[in-house]
Ligand binder design. Structure first.
Ligand code: NAP
Length: 321
């Protein structure tokens, strides 16, 4: 079958023929759509642990199994502890064969029925971003309706679905983003306020819009986060699922302890988080935002779009069966 195979760092994966057969405990899913994550860029740059040349890339995928449309849980071997993953935990697609292929072989326990109201592309957009956002908001931050949530970098796959989930749950949602075009798009999506993080007055503008923040969902960290934390009120929770801008300098400990604030990390999600995320999406008829769709053969364009950071939502590959 045709697949996108990771071979070397500092170059795109190879689009080539590869033979993959199911092991004893595995079944085959015919993949019709897959989605990119920033992780795929880190992998091609050699900035991800456990790289194995010859493996099919891709964590997000939907396809057909047993005559049904299915979605794949990309969190492999989480383990039994809901609080954190086992040492064997890994994300689908390097070092295990992933979803950028005509089919994938994996145990049935990773396969879930796809929500009916979503297109194939929207289903493919859901797994990594959906479970990461769900766990960050609900399992970790224990978001409550009416709270003020700040999602940083709205254009990102995880960020956008986190903002949509928080809004669907009845929170007031504010965001930052790096372009005025994305700022307008975010406001059109119905969020309660937003600023361009490149604007020197962004913190003051955000303060005027939101008054205070109860929950921050962030993947950038860096010095900017300590500035945003000044907007946090008593009992606020700051959840990090990435740290692209590095160390968070300048955190003032005094409000941190006096306001009973919490800073916490969150990664992917347990099988329970995944199942609950699908239930949430179904209940609220939530639709992930698909930025763009490319046939798998045109993967170079898809990778470039993500690397440029021009996307608003998920970049999807369609796969011909
Ligand atoms: N821990 C986990 O389980 C987990 C899961 C998924 C992703 N991640 C990590 O989370 C990060 C985002 O992943 P993704 O797949 O959503 O990526 P993505 O779709 O490529 O999004 C990149 C994100 O970075 C934001 N950004 C770039 N520069 C920024 C800045 N100076 N300040 C604030 N935001 C900035 C972008 O915001 P704008 O486009 O709005 O400017 C956008 O949200 C990556 O580091 C990824 O590795 C972690």
């Amino acid at each position: 079958m045709k697949a996108l195979v990771f071979e070397n760092i500092h170059t795109l994966p190879d689009f080539k023929e590869i033979v993959v057969s199911p092991k004893e405990n595995e079944v085959e899913v015919n993949i019709t759509a897959a989605a990119l994550n920033h992780r795929d860029i880190w992998i091609t740059k050699g900035l991800y642990p456990g790289l194995v040349p010859g493996t099919i890339m891709g964590a997000d995928g939907m396809g057909w199994y047993g005559g049904k449309r299915v979605v794949i849980n990309p969190g492999i071997e989480w383990g039994n502890n809901e609080r954190y993953q086992s040492k064997k935990f890994r994300v689908l697609g390097v070092p295990d064969h992933g979803t950028f292929a005509e089919k994938i072989c994996l145990p049935e326990s990773y396969i879930f029925e796809a929500p009916d109201h979503l297109t194939d592309e929207e289903v493919a957009a859901l797994p990594v971003a959906g479970v990461t956002a769900y766990r960050a908001l609900f399992t970790r931050a224990c978001l409550m309706p009416g709270e003020h949530v700040l999602v940083t970098g709205l254009g990102g796959g995880v960020a956008l679905i986190a903002a949509l989930m928080a809004k669907a749950y009845g929170a007031k949602v504010f965001f930052t983003t790096g372009s005025n075009e994305k700022l307008q798009k975010g406001l059109q999506l119905g969020f309660d306020g937003g600023v361009n993080y490149k604007d020197e007055k962004s913190i003051e503008k955000l303060a005027e819009q939101c008054g205070h923040i109860d929950v921050i969902i962030d993947s950038t960290a860096g010095d900017g986060l300590s500035q945003l934390m000044k907007l946090c009120t008593f009992g606020s929770r700051i959840v990090l699922y990435g740290g692209n801008l590095g160390k968070i300098n300048g955190i003032n400990p005094q409000p941190l302890f006096w306001k009973q604030m919490e800073i916490m990390g969150s990664s992917m999600g347990s099988p329970t988080d995944f199942k609950d995320m699908l239930g949430f999406v179904d209940k609220h008829k939530l639709r992930p935002v698909v930025d763009s769709v490319f046939p798998m053969e045109a993967y170079g364009k898809a990778f470039s779009r993500m690397e440029e950071g021009s996307q608003m939502g998920k970049i999807v590959l369609t796969i011909q069966q």
